[in-house]
Design a protein around this ligand. Sequence first.
Ligand SMILES: *Cc1c(COP(=O)(O)O)cnc(C)c1O
Length: 346
Amino acid sequence: MPDLPPPSLRLKLDRAALTANWRALDALSGDASAGAAVKADGYGLGAGTVAKTLQQAGACDFFIAHWSEAPDIVHYVDPARISVLHGPIRSEDADYARGLGIKPVINSIEQARRWLDGGGGRCDLMVDTGINRLGVAPQDLGDSAIAALEVDILMSHLASADEDSPLNALQLERFRDVCAVVPAQRRSLANSAGIALGRDYAFQLTRPGLSLYGGVPRNELTDDIRQVAFPQAAVIQVRDLSPGDSVGYNATFIAPRAMRAATVSLGYADGFLRCRGPASALRFGEAALPLLGKVSMDMVVVDLTAAPQVGEGDWLDVPFSLPEIARSCGMSQYELLTTLGRRFRR
Ligand SMILES: *Cc1c(COP(=O)(O)O)cnc(C)c1O
């Protein structure tokens, strides 16, 4: 097989910004240490690179969701500090955890039994304090299987930390009650937004994800968090439109005058969903290049009026300031990150 030619989509990762974001979140965590959620391929940015960078920044504890995500990071971080949030749902999962030396997060009495049946050992424990998604109910904590666990991180997860909701204080209070009765090495409640709720929420370990990658779930974090991901797409073709020419599916844009346009290698299959058009723009340096017509699967067309010198193969910047884009297109900052397609060279 010949070597692949250069890609027409690339995702630049600002590793200095990623490092700075972790350090800021670690500092905001006070006496607690910040870990790092690197599930979903490091929120779409590439789990291996992200984990390696964060490990060098000083992060020690890493959280993934699936067992299948472990191989991506296990060479870069201490396996004993990797937690698998979904826990052992089959006996093979428990065997895999032991084989690799990583920790399951135990989410139910059934998972606790499954872990103990295979021989037990160090694990984490998720307690549900109000999100009702994963986690042992507080009233079940007296169960003998739970009591037999050797718990490193005792954790719970906030449902509404990105809002000023009474549920935050209620979950904090419930988690404190849990901490009083469950022995554990360390305790952890806060995600990115939870860190911004204050030191009371930090315990010994925080678990930021989104804000490591440039997401700002609460305004308090605005000044501390930098953009990390910078997507770019190449121009495939340049064309001149005559007045009255239509562009794209369903001819939703009609050129009002003669204009130059570029067809760009970026479409909804790359995570650039239709909600990003028609009010949005790509950029060439300082020049804004408005989208013309609908986003296709593999292409968009942009107006080159502000940068007529752009030609085939030139790179255009895809605006990716997460809080701003999320607000303007109605997607969550999490979705913007995790839908970045596989065709981006990371
Ligand atoms: C995803 C996740 C996190 C990280 O949350 P962010 O909102 O991305 O900071 C922390 N803890 C658990 C249990 C998670 O599932």
